[in-house]
Design a binder for this molecule. Sequence first.
Ligand code: PMP
Length: 287
Amino acid sequence: MARYAYVNGRYVDHHDASVHIEDRGYQLADGVYEVVGVRDGKLIDEGPHLDRLDRSLKELRIGWPISRDALRFVIRELMRRNRLHDGLVYMQVTRGVARRDHAFPTTPVKPSLVLTTKGTKHLDADTGPGIAVKSMPDIRWERCDIKTVGLLANVLAKQAARESGAYEAWLVDADGYVTEGASTNAWIVTQNDELVTRHTDNGILAGITRATLKSIADALQLKLIERPFTIAEAKRAKEAFITSATSFVTPVVKIDGEAVGAGTPGPVAHRLREEYVRFADAGELVA
Ligand code: PMP
């Protein structure tokens, strides 16, 4: 089956899909992206993801390449062509193609739009065995709230984690606090049964899964505190877990080689994942 990508108005064979060498995304990481999870053919939290795309674009003064409604159509058409049942839709907008110069182009350029899909295994309420994380210094810039394609610091941290046998890196700021994962938000459950995740500001990406989980925690009457925590506190926690559009809620069972709690997925992460899957099931159905 041919797999399609969408590139600036065309559905093209994924293998042949390409952008111009002077696309500012390619040369300068001058662009933003979004990843929306798909479960059973349904997009999860599409609206909030498109809202965040809008915010990222506004922060960088990049215009929408096509209207929001048109983008919603393209997402569905690409899912249909690729028979995407479970996985993700990736969308990327860059400032466009222009003669290389750090400053914005002085003549109007059309932003570039690229979409791809990726099929993954069907995620369900089962958390699996959990993952290990490795702490790494957070060497990123001061606008981590913008979802830009400039991900080199995240890439290097994730690679270091993988080389140490861990799945995710937890980034630690200059004051010793965990900001977030390389591509996920970080959470712990304290010995007092409080859910803790770092507050949102320019130091982290405001995860859409994080926001949904806040509502779920609220509905379950769990106590949630948004504040920074250290690696030492996380190691002493009852539970730890990560959230993202593609990992849902995934327990962290080891931090820098030390077991968290019993070293197995805990009941809070399990319950939150169950509820998240329930929420995803109730989402919008793709016709
Ligand atoms: N933080 C970072 C740095 C990320 O790249 C992601 C994944 N987009 C997240 C957090 C989680 O965000 P979301 O729940 O919207 O996928």
